[in-house]
Design a protein around this ligand. Structure first.
Ligand code: PHE
Length: 451
């Protein structure tokens, strides 16, 4: 059998996989969910969810990817030995492809904001920034072009392959992202009145821990760790036989959680220092924040735009490393299933996702009528992938690996053929068989409004 390409180094594996996990979910979704759900208490619930749900699910995708040794669809079918379960793999590829379209649109907004923060287009009060955001996202051409721009960056990296493209890009971008993050956290925490923001993030009020907060945290941990759409599985197919799966999963989750908490420490202190409430929801990043940066640093000319530029720069990089992993899911699928060269496959996937992104973007206002069931296409893709396909894929994956795949295969992969973590295997198997499916099913039914 032909040897499959692998990542070149352990650090490359961690940075590439963490690059997939660290994305808009950490810097955009996590802070606003924390703001809306009572701060520190939400973070504690989130940590619990990562530990009991996120880790076993990531490890499961690692196992399927490495043992299946192919793109997500074929990896599942290799493990399923030809039976109906392989459709979970196809669902993963489809979910990854659909998400790429709308994720690229939001990533394009980040690029646009990066330029706008230095060109002065964001200078004005909150109402002004809000009008800017609406007119930009509702316009026809500009968001379509920024979507194309970020997809072309993704394309250039994926085209160069696993080692020379994905691994190399992650090795540059992830450290840079951390650097920007730390600089902004320090700037934000040194503002007067910033302490209230730090306290909000780190001082838990347990009376806020309701069932809803827990369910929100469960959903967020899933999304943030890129579980259920083939990314982790595809990357794991490039891991070497000696990669320590449990250790890698812990490292990736730690990096992902650290970035999310640091993102909170970047945003809340600045927001509290100018008296802005952090519970404004999804608009927090694109409407509230530019103005917060303007006001918070108004005493130091030039610093506000610089901080904003770095903030949207790091957001764009975080989105880009996630987009690469999403793109690779479809590219690996096309290369292996349709027997195409990597170059042709990459071009096809880039064009396909751009078309999808264009439709999503236009559906926000540029071309009215692009709706399904009364919702814009953008919202439909968000809903169908995030709230339907993702939990269904995750749920079935747990059942598949926990109950259907021969236990010896799972054991061999988890313990690297009996050499590591043998005593942890029963714990993993218990979580995989019982706790994860029940937890995922609960979030799913809750999201569907069943209780
Ligand atoms: N985990 C990414 C984030 O936090 C989102 C993502 C999901 C990326 C699935 C790739 C695949 O933003």
């Amino acid at each position: 059998m032909e040897e499959r390409v692998t990542f070149g180094s352990k650090i490359g594996i961690i940075l590439a996989t963490a690059g997939s996990a660290v994305g808009l979910g950490n810097v955009w979704r996590f802070p606003y969910m924390t703001g809306q759900n009572g701060g520190a208490a939400f973070i504690l619930a989130y940590l619990g969810c990562v530990l009991i749900l996120g880790l076993p699910c990531i490890i499961s995708e690692f196992i399927i990817g490495r043992r299946g040794a192919a793109n997500t669809a074929r990896a599942y079918s290799n493990m399923a030995r030809g039976r109906a379960w392989k459709f979970i793999g196809y669902l993963g590829v489809l979910t990854g492809f659909l998400i790429t379209g709308y994720y690229a649109v939001v990533a394009g907004w980040c690029l646009q904001y990066m330029f706008a923060s230095v060109s002065g287009a964001l200078r004005g009060d909150a109402a002004f920034v809000s009008r800017y955001f609406t007119s930009y996202t509702h316009s026809t051409w500009l968001p379509v072009l920024t979507t194309l721009l970020i997809l072309l960056c993704t394309h250039g990296i994926v085209l160069r392959g696993v080692k020379g493209g994905i691994e190399r890009a992650s090795k540059y971008m992830m450290p840079l992202l951390f650097l920007f993050l730390i600089v902004i956290v320090v700037a934000s925490c040194s503002l007067s009145g910033a302490w209230k923001g730090v306290e909000f993030l780190l001082h838990p009020d347990f009376s806020k821990l309701t069932g809803d907060v827990f369910l929100g945290a469960l959903g967020q941990s899933f999304y943030s760790l890129s579980i259920g759409m083939g990314c982790i599985c595809t990357y794991a197919s490039y891991y070497s036989k000696d990669t320590n799966l449990l250790k890698s999963a812990v490292q990736v989750s730690l990096v992902d959680t650290l970035v999310a908490v640091l993102a909170g420490l970047m945003i809340f202190p600045a927001a509290f220092s100018v008296g802005v409430n952090p519970d404004s929801g999804p608009a927090l990043i694109f409407i509230t924040l530019p103005n917060v940066f303007n006001e918070a640093f108004s005493a130091m000319p030039g610093v506000g735009p610089l901080v904003a530029f770095m903030f949207y720069g790091l957001l764009s990089m975080a989105a880009l490393t996630s987009l690469i992993s999403l793109h690779e899911v479809s590219t690996a699928f096309v290369v292996e299933e349709l027997d195409m060269s990597r170059k042709k496959a990459t071009v096809g996937v880039t064009l396909g996702t751009w078309l999808l992104g264009t439709l999503c973007s236009l559906s926000l206002g540029g071309a009215a009528g692009l709706t399904l069931w009364g919702k814009s296409l953008f919202d439909v893709f968000d809903y169908v992938t995030g709230q339907l396909f993702l939990p269904i894929g995750g749920f079935l994956t747990c059942l598949f690996l926990g109950w259907f795949v021969p236990k010896t295969w799972v054991y061999e992969e988890f313990t690297n053929r009996g050499t590591v973590w043998r005593s942890m295997f029963p714990v993993y198997l218990f979580l995989l068989r019982f706790v994860c499916p029940v937890a995922i099913l609960t979030i799913f039914l809750k999201q569907q409004g069943c209780f």
